[in-house]
Design a protein. Sequence first.
Length: 163
Amino acid sequence: MTDHTTPLRIARVTDEASLRDWRHVHNLIIPPDALTLDEVRERAGRHLLDVAYLGDVPIGCTTVRRPTPDAPAVATVITRILPAHRGQGLGTALYAHALLHAQALVPSPDTFETIVLASNEDGLRFALSRGYTECDRYTLDGATVPYVHLRVRAGAAAGATDG
């Protein structure tokens, strides 16, 4: 149960402690694709990574991917909330924060995308209820659980993905 007197704090991954916190949340939510600290450091150099805290406890994280030359008007935002903190509006708040950062990287996005592990039913339900639709499903080499790639037109991206 969340202590609603403790405000949600969102911080950019900038040091070893925040790298560990981001990795902790990511690896709990996506165990088949657990990352090392070196892999998180590499991602932090390419993408915007944030950690959500209640007090000093990490309860979520985001990845905002930079646009690519092949898709300059596509903003990719991935939000993860630990299961004990879902359904309380925290994912929505975290995603709204990440969306603002995505729009700074892609000032006029035509599409928002997200990726959810297929076994994360809460994350899929959350994304689908906010207008995202599945556009691809793929399984990484050696994995058994697929990822679901979802997309929504920018004008319809009022919601969040909470996964």
